[in-house]
Write a protein that binds this ligand. Structure first.
Ligand SMILES: *[C@@H]1O[C@H](CO)[C@@H](O)[C@H](O)[C@H]1NC(C)=O
Ligand SMILES: *[C@@H]1O[C@H](CO)[C@@H](O)[C@H](O)[C@H]1NC(C)=O
Length: 199
């Protein structure tokens, strides 16, 4: 064994001892835990939990008309003179997320949140939403997205800012493309491709 290898091994052992002592001492020192403390990643997430990368694809249905609308304007645009881009409008949504583009396809979750028109010279929305999944092992887990949505662009990208359950420590991004838009009935179907890193 070269001296360099030996040193590496030595440091590795030193580090692992350190981890063990610090993890035991952190549980012993609970009485001294006041407000914030560092915690060993392995203790919280489990030794075998490696960070995963997932690609989710589903369709978002925003339905503002008919017997069962899924979203409602809760604040109309306050602009009387020029409301071309509905600046100031806030719409609250509880929109179905389905595996296919048809509303009748499998429901995988709901998109709960709001979008607000934030541009006076373009169609651009601030979107704040929790994607609450109900499908299989993802049932009960959620992904939170906060971003800017210039709806007339072919592809819009918004950041994933967090998640819960399966998606704890989530970070990533979502890409949106409009699948169909029916202005008469105010029904939009948008394809979501979400790339998310999580444990
Ligand atoms: C409203 O604003 C847009 C963007 O500034 C402008 O192009 C449009 O002409 C305005 N419309 C009216 C009626 O003033
Ligand atoms: C999701 O979990 C809830 C609560 O545990 C349960 O009532 C529901 O049936 C589950 N849904 C699906 C689709 O598995």
């Amino acid at each position: 064994m070269s001296s360099q290898h030996f040193l590496t091994l030595f440091y590795f052992l030193l580090l692992s001892c350190n981890t063990i002592t610090s993890s035991t001492s952190s549980s012993q020192n609970d009485e001294t835990f006041d407000f914030v403390r560092p915690i060993d990643r392995k203790l919280l997430l489990g030794l075998n939990n490696m960070e995963k990368l997932s690609h989710l694809k589903f369709y978002w249905h925003d339905i503002m008309s008919g017997k069962n609308p899924t979203s409602f304007t809760v604040v109309p645009s306050p602009l009387k003179l020029n409301s071309t881009f509905s600046f100031g409008l806030v719409t609250m949504m509880d929109d179905p997320l389905t595996s296919g583009p048809e509303l009748s396809s499998k429901l995988v979750g709901k998109c709960q949140g709001f979008y607000a028109s934030t541009s006076q010279d373009n169609f651009a929305f601030l979107m704040a939403m929790n994607l609450a999944f109900i499908e299989g092992e993802y049932n009960g887990s959620s992904i939170t997205i906060l971003g800017r949505n210039p709806v007339q662009d072919k592809v819009r990208e918004m950041p994933v800012v967090g998640g819960s359950g399966v998606f704890r420590f989530a970070r990533g991004y979502a890409q949106l493309t409009t699948y169909s838009y029916d202005p008469k009935n105010a029904i939009a179907v948008v394809e979501y491709n979400v790339y998310v890193s999580h444990y």
